[in-house]
Each structure stands twice: as structure tokens, then as C-alpha cells.
Design a protein around this ligand. Structure first.
Ligand SMILES: CC(C)(COP(=O)(O)OP(=O)(O)OC[C@H]1O[C@@H](n2cnc3c(N)ncnc32)[C@H](O)[C@@H]1OP(=O)(O)O)[C@@H](O)C(=O)NCCC(=O)NCCS
Length: 175
């Protein structure tokens, strides 16, 4: 497929706004010894990797394009996750700007023996849609429908302002 046909395809795809629900993704992992530290607790880096993948799935589903991760906001790990636990990651697009979109990922740990489920972490990631040559692509708008989706949509606007202000401050400090 030529770059031109890729671009034409992608431009056609951005025209229709899509509901948040069309981007909802879920990914489940079982924690194996190779994912854990010597105390049998899940490595933070492994969870960050899964968060990135779960976020990218929602971004791909919404944009129907390749995406790159531009940033991941602050992450807290609220409870330890042990070998043998299930890690469930749910993601969806919160808001689209122009070529970028904020995706929220919420992580749960499930222990099938105790039938307990606990919130482990929440993350906001920004993905930029790109074509095969790496050019940025405009992304279709996302339509929030539920109260939670509308709240996240509003929050994403505030978080983008904060990100931009912090980035400008970092650039100023670096000069
Ligand atoms: C992220 C990247 C695409 C930004 O490109 P750029 O040319 O520096 O940035 P631009 O100023 O043109 O911004 C493009 C969009 O990205 C957004 N953006 C750029 N940096 C950002 C950041 N740190 N956090 C959130 N959004 C960011 C901009 O707001 C803009 O969004 P909009 O079009 O919706 O308004 C580019 O830096 C890149 O390719 N980085 C490497 C990505 C990668 O490889 N990730 C995998 C992990 S290594």
C-alpha cells in the first residue's frame, strides 16, 4: 500500500465522530513469576507496560490509525499485586484534541480464590495518531454519552492545560 493511499484512507476515517463506548477496551493478564520481584509482587515497570498497551488499544479503536505514546501522567500503585493474581485493565478515550487524544486506563487486581477485586492504579495517557511515515493525523471527535464519560471529558481539558503549562515551564528551565 502506498503512503498516498494510507493517507487517503486515514483522512476518510477521521470524518465521523465516534462514541466513547466504541473505544472501550479490556485486557486481562495473569501475573507469572517472570513479572514479579523476589517478594512475588508484580514489578511496577511491567504494569506500566500493560497500561501503555491497554491505552493504545482504546486509541487505535477510536482513531483507526497507528498511534504513538506522547506522555503518561503521574502513576500511583495503590495495592501490591501477587504472582497468580489476575490484572484487569480497562481503557477508553476521554477526549480528542486535534491529533492527540487522552485515554484513561483503570487497573484492577482480581484474586479468583478469595473472589476479591481491588483498584490498583489509574492512568491518563496521551496518544498521537500517525500514518506509516510518522506524519501526525487529525483524529475524529469523541462523543461522551454517560455522566462518567462527560466528567472525564471535562477533566481531560483541564489536564491538558496543566500538561501544557508544565511543559512550558520545563522548556523555560532548560534554556
Ligand atoms: C509525541 C510526538 C508525536 C509529539 O510531536 P511534536 O512534533 O513534538 O509535537 P507537536 O507540538 O506537533 O504536537 C502534536 C500533538 O501532540 C501533543 N503533545 C506533544 N507533546 C505532548 C506531551 N508531552 N504530552 C501530551 N501531548 C503532547 C500536542 O499537544 C499536539 O496535540 P494536538 O494536535 O491534539 O493539539 C513526538 O514527540 C514523538 O514522536 N515522540 C516519540 C513518541 C514515541 O516514540 N513514544 C513511544 C515511547 S518512546
Amino acid at each position: 500500500m502506498s503512503d498516498l493511499s494510507t493517507n487517503v484512507e486515514n483522512i476518510a476515517k477521521v470524518e465521523r465522530p465516534r462514541a466513547v463506548r466504541e473505544s472501550i477496551s479490556e485486557m486481562t493478564e495473569i501475573v507469572l513469576p517472570n513479572d514479579a520481584n523476589p517478594l512475588n509482587a508484580l514489578l511496577g515497570g511491567r504494569l506500566m507496560h500493560w497500561i501503555d498497551l491497554a491505552g493504545a488499544m482504546a486509541a487505535h479503536r477510536h482513531s483507526r490509525a497507528y498511534v504513538v505514546t506522547a506522555s503518561i501522567d503521574h502513576l500511583d500503585f495503590l495495592v501490591p499485586v501477587r504472582v497468580g493474581d489476575f490484572v484487569v485493565l480497562r481503557s477508553s478515550v476521554n477526549r480528542v484534541f486535534r491529533t492527540s487524544m487522552e485515554v484513561g486506563v483503570k487497573v484492577w487486581v482480581e484474586n479468583y480464590r478469595s473472589e476479591q477485586s481491588q483498584h490498583v492504579s489509574s492512568a491518563y495517557l496521551t496518544f498521537v495518531a500517525v500514518d506509516a511515515a510518522g506524519n501526525h493525523l487529525p483524529v475524529a471527535q469523541v462523543v461522551p454519552e454517560t455522566e462518567d464519560e462527560k466528567r472525564r471529558y471535562e477533566g481531560a481539558g483541564r489536564r491538558r492545560d496543566i500538561r501544557r503549562a508544565e511543559s512550558a515551564l520545563r522548556k523555560k528551565k532548560a534554556t
